[in-house]
Design a protein around this ligand. Structure first.
Ligand code: B16
Ligand code: MG
Length: 216
């Protein structure tokens, strides 16, 4: 029985995946890594320092920077990302998600945020969604980032629910894997998420009825 939902943020609730992409592309150009669609996809849902490592490795630059230099690069990416985030308004909530959040809240489901992003509270503020969630899992508090299941296990604990009563919503392969390995129901949104228990092409298709229909 479904009693709670754990939400990814970037690419599920907020139209911010394009901002992460823009800021990481800029960083890849700076370090001399060729930007490809595959590299772009592999960064989705992956935390800041892990993403930086993937970009450096893709260009063979993983040994070119000290730890301090890597932290400076990540900080620069984040500054560029935050400049874009400041332009967000409630109109940037992805299609259908406001209605879905309203519906599950009205029906008494618990809901928490399980985003890898340290910027999640800021993003929610600009979208005017700060008061919607019962909690936000602090990504810095979990040992391993997505694709490890830690953040989705922490989300169930935050709701005081067994993982079997929790569904997670994700737009990234790393996130779907995290939900599956946590033992929760995985809802994948977008192309290429074949491992998800339930799949939708786009956020506008996500409704409680459609989820229940796919469960039968
Ligand atoms: P930050 P999600 C993830 O958020 C993004 O998909 C990923 O692109 C980003 O690198 C990661 O958060 C860390 O974000 O640099 O803001 O801490 O999809 O898990 O909501
Ligand atoms: Mg995401």
């Amino acid at each position: 029985d479904l009693k709670g939902f754990a939400f990814d943020l970037d690419g599920v609730i907020a139209d911010t995946a394009r901002f992460h992409t823009q800021a990481w592309h800029q960083l890849a150009d700076k370090v001399g890594t060729t930007w490809t669609p595959e590299l772009q996809e592999s960064l989705k849902g992956v935390g800041r320092m892990d993403s930086l490592e993937l970009i450096l490795k893709a260009g063979g630059h993983e040994n070119d920077y000290t730890q301090a230099e890597k932290e400076a690069l990540a900080a620069e990416k984040n500054d560029n990302y935050l400049r874009l985030v400041e332009t967000l308004t409630p109109a940037d909530v992805l299609p259908g998600m406001q209605a879905f959040l309203d519906d599950i809240r009205a029906k008494g489901y618990q809901m928490v945020l399980a985003s890898a992003s340290k910027n999640a509270p800021k993003v929610l503020k600009y979208l005017k969604l700060s008061d919607y969630f019962d909690g936000i899992v602090n990504p810095a508090s979990v040992k391993h980032g997505k694709p490890a299941p830690d953040i989705y296990i922490a989300a169930a604990e935050m709701m005081n629910l067994p993982v079997a009563n929790v569904a997670g919503l994700e737009d990234a392969q790393a996130g779907v894997q995290a939900i599956n390995d946590a033992g929760e129901l995985s809802i994948g949104i977008g192309a290429g998420l074949d491992d998800a228990d339930i799949r939708f092409d786009a956020t506008k298709d996500v409704t409680l009825e459609a989820i229940k229909a796919q469960l039968d």
